[in-house]
Design a protein around this ligand. Structure first.
Ligand SMILES: Cc1cc2nc3c(=O)[nH]c(=O)nc-3n(C[C@H](O)[C@H](O)[C@H](O)COP(=O)(O)OP(=O)(O)OC[C@H]3O[C@@H](n4cnc5c(N)ncnc54)[C@H](O)[C@@H]3O)c2cc1C
Length: 814
């Protein structure tokens, strides 16, 4: 077909596995008015030169479920008249270090909660399945029978055929030149074959996605990186059993059988961004389709050497083909999915060399997202809105991508911090922190204090296993000081927005589940719900004027939460409401603990007693001769205030607070202490225990939903969720404070897997390890004994009544 239609509801740009899968799934969901365009042939981007390995198990449960869908789909497509050469050959992962074996055992543990057929095998069993391997240094292995391989081009063709069958029109050699918008929403796509008026555009441009994003001023943080593999001559006996694919991540290599030879690739320690021009690292030449990059043997040398050690035959056989192909990588090796800041402009790109394994699942979740207008499962890790402002810089993006590519196969331990492109955003007290022994972590490009190394605590509390690696006893000291005296926390990175305009209150009461308009100086904790009643955001709203409000949310959630507010404003026509991100204008310090009032009172004439300055209220006051906003609130379960001040006054204010607290036991504390304190008190964290897939009632946040309000977004679903609760978030405690789960571990009751851990940590006041999990309501009673698998061993815990600390709230209301 040559001329494009003048109108279509949905236009997909890109005919690789991403675009064809989105098209396939949209059609399957009944969307008939869909057009897919590609500037060249289908599969002529990264797809045609892919290695085609399909592994399901990933560090992220959502991604694992998506890959499981891919396998189901590829099996199904294999039975059609356009089969993608799906071969369910199984896969082996080798552990060449004891740490990798721990990772494998941990993965086997949580694979159980998905019903995945992953099990441990001995080195000898691995060799029986893949006889070419040398077992030198192999500690152990695991095997998954349902993994496999597929022909990537045939896969895209099979998906395209399925889409066409259900009405999708596909136009090749049709280049998108421009995307038009009206009032912040896409309105049409201009191609070299004509203009298509449309409601939705899906950017499935792979490594070309940033170029396409620029057409609507949307920054997509993807950089094409060179990725290489080789194919040997045929040497396997024709009657030999087909080999499973093999990964040896400690040696950075992977293999699969290709005809009767081997395909071998890996992740080099010296990565290379491919670009036409370094100043435009994500620009791709107009004619770059069906092309490869020149062989780069220098960078591949170490990989080739490692492959010969693991599979000695590699040193003997000839090489038939060497592939160096570019592939779009993101700064955290997760996909880049979802609706962008432009209404109706979606992206599904940046598949980081696992797009063939992911394509089925990606197509499904993105199609569902488009049809429902919001994600149908928790996709936060893949949501384009997880990227903060710093990713506007291509150079910053590249530094992060380089670090990630080179550590692709490394084991990532809890509490590990990024190394590249730091420091980026700092608080006005950064130098003070540094001079006083701060150990920093990074969140959304902000340097934040994790803890102060000068605080020395009890080393016996170091958790066993991985959690112990980046653990510090300082956290216990800071935790206990906050409970017994006072802790001072630099929370300047909190994301903050001002919402103003004559209809600001009306707008916020529509977006938020709680009643957030309670009068000037009142602060309210609330969630914003999606139409399924899932928690889209979780924050506090303070009314600071008749028509003016301040929202404070987590450091990493500015783009996501304020983007959701923008979307609501646009879609529900609250035209005169203004949403301004004021994160960089205000510093914020939390002073928490029983002595916080006395410390603050010594610096102000404003009466801070409980009646004059009640819990969940906010006032502008003079503090240490500086004008600040003080909000009485806590995320650690103690009497306390958050103090907001212009950034320019930050250091003076911090110093005054430190001085005033000296004789009252105040110490500076970091974010790790906040985590421990809030887990103990049962305060929820978005992207921790709560997300778009969980509703407030099952999460124990029903108290923050005002069903008295007749209308708010997601209300009908919230009412239904309240009446029909099939699962509940529970707290589980373990007497051994050093046996600490930290996420995804399977939970067993009466020998049956009933769920998996969401989050975990140590509670230093109650002196227990703590975890949170959603369990079926019938298994959620306090007192129920549960077993949780930690690295292959079952630990016994108990469901405990919440909150674990100060159930009367006497601390916060004192
Ligand atoms: C060497 C190598 C090995 C790999 N091995 C594996 C593996 O073993 N397993 C695995 O799961 N993944 C693997 N991958 C990754 C996988 O191949 C990719 O993730 C996947 O193919 C990306 O698909 P896509 O649809 O996002 O992008 P592409 O296939 O690049 O498709 C994008 C399309 O957009 C089109 N386009 C761009 N701009 C425009 C425009 N303006 N107008 C119209 N059309 C446009 C392009 O022509 C292109 O066809 C590998 C990748 C490489 C490079």
């Amino acid at each position: 077909m040559s001329a494009v239609p003048a109108r279509a509801k949905i236009v997909i740009i890109g005919g690789g596995v991403g675009g064809t899968s989105v098209a396939y799934h949209l059609a399957e969901l009944g969307e008939k008015d869909v057009v897919l365009v590609d500037r060249n042939e289908l599969t002529s981007g990264s797809t045609f030169h892919s290695a085609g390995l399909v592994g399901q198990l990933r560090a992220d449960p959502t991604l694992t479920l998506m890959n499981m869908h891919s396998v189901d789909l590829y099996r199904k497509l294999q039975a059609t008249d356009t089969p993608p050469s799906w071969r369910e050959c199984g896969s082996i992962k080798l552990a060449s270090t004891p740490e990798r074996m721990q990772e494998i055992r941990r993965q086997i543990g949580w694979a159980k909660s998905f019903g995945l057929d992953l099990h441990e095998i001995s080195p000898q069993e691995a060799q029986n399945l893949f006889p070419l391997i040398d077992l030198e240094g192999v500690v152990g292995a695991c095997y998954m029978a349902s993994d496999g391989q597929v022909d990537p081009s045939q896969l895209a063709m099979a998906l395209a055929a399925g889409a066409r069958k259900n009405g999708v029109q596909i136009f090749t050699h049709t280049r998108v030149l421009e995307i038009k918008t009206i009032n912040g929403r896409v309105s049409s796509v201009v191609t070299d074959k004509g203009e298509i008026e449309c409601e939705i555009v899906v950017n499935c441009g792979g490594m070309y996605a940033p170029q396409i994003g620029r057409m609507v001023d949307v920054r997509i943080p993807i950089v094409p990186m060179s990725h290489q593999y080789l194919i040997t001559d045929n040497f396997l006996a024709p009657d030999a059993p087909f080999l499973p694919s093999l990964r040896d991540p400690d040696n950075l290599i992977y293999f699969r059988q290709e005809v009767s030879g081997l395909l071998m690739g890996g992740y080099e320690r010296s990565s290379k961004a491919w670009s036409a021009d370094y100043n435009n690292i994500d620009d791709i030449p107009a004619d770059f389709n069906s092309m490869l990059l020149p062989d780069d043997w220098d960078r591949f040398y170490d990989i080739a050497e490692a492959s010969q050690k693991r599979v000695p035959k590699m040193a003997e056989v000839g090489i038939k083909n060497f592939i160096n192909g570019p592939e779009g990588f993101t700064p955290d090796n997760e996909f880049c999915l979802g609706e962008t800041s432009v209404g109706g402009f979606y992206v599904a790109a940046g598949f980081c060399a696992h797009g063939i394994a992911g394509a089925g699942g990606i197509g499904k979740v993105v199609a569902e997202w488009i049809v429902a207008g919001e994600p149908t499962m928790d996709l936060w890790h893949m949501d384009i809105k997880r990227f903060g402002a710093s990713y506007e810089s291509p150079d910053f993006t590249l530094q992060r991508i380089t670090e990630n590519y080179e550590e692709y196969y490394d084991i990532h331990y809890p509490g590990e911090e990024r190394k590249s492109a730091r420091p980026k955003f700092t608080s006005p007290v950064y130098d003070w922190h540094k001079a006083n022994g701060a150990v920093f972590g990074e969140k959304a490009s902000w340097e934040r204090v994790n803890y102060y190394s000068t605080n020395k605590g009890n080393e016996d509390l170091r958790p066993k296993g991985w959690l112990g690696k980046h653990w510090s006893s300082a956290v216990q000291v800071e935790h206990l000081a906050t409970r017994t005296a006072a802790g001072l926390f630099d929370e300047s990175s909190f994301a903050k927005a001002r919402i103003s305009g004559a209809r600001a209150g009306e707008f916020l009461n529509f977006v938020c589940a709680n009643n957030v308009v309670k009068g000037v100086s009142k602060t309210v904790y609330t969630q914003a719900l999606n139409s399924k009643g899932g928690i889209e955001s979780d924050y506090t709203v303070t009314q600071i004027g008749e028509n003016e409000f301040m929202i404070v949310t987590g450091t990493a959630f500015a783009t996501h939460d304020f983007g959701w507010l923008e979307k609501m404003r646009r879609e529900f026509s609250y035209d005169n409401v203004e949403i301004t991100n004021i994160t960089r204008e205000l510093t914020c310090f939390g002073i928490m603990g029983p002595n916080s009032r006395a410390i603050l009172q010594s610096l102000t004439n404003t009466d801070l007693n409980h009646t004059a300055f009640p819990f969940m209220s906010s006032q502008e006051i003079d503090l240490a001769s500086l004008k600040v906003r003080a909000t009485r609130i806590t995320y650690v379960g103690e009497l306390g205030w958050e103090i907001y001040a212009p950034v320019a006054n930050g250091l003076a204010l911090w110093s005054a607070l430190i001085d005033a607290g000296k004789d009252l036991g105040l110490i500076p504390c970091g974010y790790r202490a906040i985590e421990s304190l809030r887990l103990e008190k049962g305060y929820r964290a978005w992207a921790g225990e709560i997300n778009t897939e969980t509703n407030p009632f099952e999460a124990g946040l029903g108290f923050a939903v005002s069903l008295k309000k007749e209308d708010f977004h997601g209300r009908a679903a919230a009412v239904a969720a309240k009446e029909n609760q099939s699962r509940k978030l529970v707290a589980i405690t373990f007497d051994d404070v050093t046996s600490v789960p930290f996420g995804s571990e399977p939970i067993r009751i009466d020998n049956k897997i009933v769920g998996r851990i969401k989050s975990g940590g140590q509670g230093y006041t109650i002196n227990k390890a703590i975890a949170y999990a959603y369990l079926p309501t019938e298994h959620s009673e306090p007192g129920t004994r549960v077993d949780v698998e930690l690295f292959g061993l079952w630990s016994s815990g108990v469901i405990a009544a919440e909150p674990l600390f100060d159930p009367e709230n006497s601390r916060i209301r004192s």
